[in-house]
Write a protein that binds this ligand. Sequence first.
Ligand code: FRU
Length: 294
Amino acid sequence: VAADKKWRIGFSQATTIEPWRAQFNKDIIAEAAKHPEVELIITDGEDKTEKQVADVENLIRQEVDALLVSPKESAGLTGAVQEAIDAKIPVFVLDRNVDTDKYVQFVGGDNKLIGEAAGQYAVELLGGKGKAKGNVVEIWGGMGTQPAHDRHDGFHEFTDKESGIKYLLDQQSGDWKQDQAYNIMATALRNNEHIDLVYGHNDPMAYGAYLAAKDAGREKEMKFIGIDGLPNEGVQLVNKGELTATFVYATPGAEGLRQAIKYLNGEKVEKTVVLPTMKITKENAPDILKANGL
Ligand code: FRU
């Protein structure tokens, strides 16, 4: 350990192959650069629970002063998080939760609220409250993650009240991946003559569905809604008119690290920090791109 480093903070990331995770790592690295007293050790779970469990155990062995973890799956990472807690390492859970609340803090977006906003907008796009009509394809994120369940539940709080809305798929998961969503959508297109709206639990999947519809020459038939709203991904897709809307799911990289440092410095921190969201459509996309220098 370099002498000027007061705190060693470990961050176990689930994977880096998804654009949102890449941005997440950029955000936490940029925040770490503002704190010369912090040494940040980042591991990559490579989208495998066993790898991420090994990463966490490795960080425990390195006796980090604090552990940040953004789990691939809730259940699969709970044991490793508990081991860290047992080893008296303060744990900060980011974005996807685990099945214990013995950690110091959770930092992430409110997926239920985001799902509700998406559901409310879907109803509006399909004709409005009490009149909404149409065939809806929903592509789930990873079934073992809380965000996917919350994004589903929130959405259905609005759409289930509409008797004119029909759901074409039964719990199909694209595991957050564009290519898997493409395949699910290609089948849905073959099996259904008309689709009005696609709800992807993240932008890569909404875009994968868009590409499948485009390859079938049917992309104009329907609307596509996603979640994440990264300026260099979802916002650009909305601006091009490929996605109809996306909802910001801010990465907890910067805030998570700031909170951990605060805690290590002896300050009190909240049990939960909720990051804000925002609806992005063609109306505000250009301004957001401009604000991000894109
Ligand atoms: C990236 C990601 C995001 C999504 C989040 C949910 O791995 O799939 O696209 O918003 O995880 O936890």
